[in-house]
Design a protein around this ligand. Sequence first.
Ligand code: VGL
Ligand code: ZN
Length: 236
Amino acid sequence: MGRHRREVLATLGAFALPLIVPRQAMAHVKPGNRDVLLVVDVQNCFLPGGSLAVKDGDAVVPVINGLAPKFRNVVVTQDWHTPGHASFASTHAGKKPFETVQLHYGQQVLWPDHCVQGTEGAELSSALKIPHAHLVIRKGHNPGIDSYSAFVEADGVTKTGLAGYLKERGIERVFITGLATDFCVAWSALDARKAGFDVIVIEDACRGIDLNGSLAAAWKDMEAAGVERTHSAEIM
Ligand code: VGL
Ligand code: ZN
């Protein structure tokens, strides 16, 4: 190895170590005025005992309650279906929950009846303590169109208005928590990216349904779209 090459390597070595330190320090995030905490669908139907219970779904509640005071801006979503909604298996003769059907906008997973407008099951968990949340956005209220995403209905065109609201408030970064990781959390995260926001999913503040590998697929899609993931302990 020539003298020049050794010197170059020595110089690179000297730079490599300090580069590692700030990367670790950057893991901590202190939310500010341009950040919002999005709390997705923490509703009785998705909690143990509910009609579409997410395994261990209630575990997200204390995590979200601990995170919420750290955010000045908090938005909560509610899945809010009409009776006889197109996403319910009971609406389609001969169909069972977790089968699929072709609707005008594409393939739709069919679910047990859940989160029907005005019912106990559609209520936010009473254990959720976020009195300062300033917007509750209800989605899936179009009888013929589902909406996993808090931003755009499943037809891919009908907007909920959330992106416009956040932009008018000067929000640039969306931290996502709630249920279910592989459906409403993931679709909201992907649409938030499409709308131009930075997106961070707080992993331990979410739980998934995992239908036919949907959880791994959702993380893969989110990663490909530039969605970051972190842990609640990193939020200061
Ligand atoms: C959800 C299935 C059907 C969710 C809502 O909140 O993830 N999943 N409706
Ligand atoms: Zn739903």
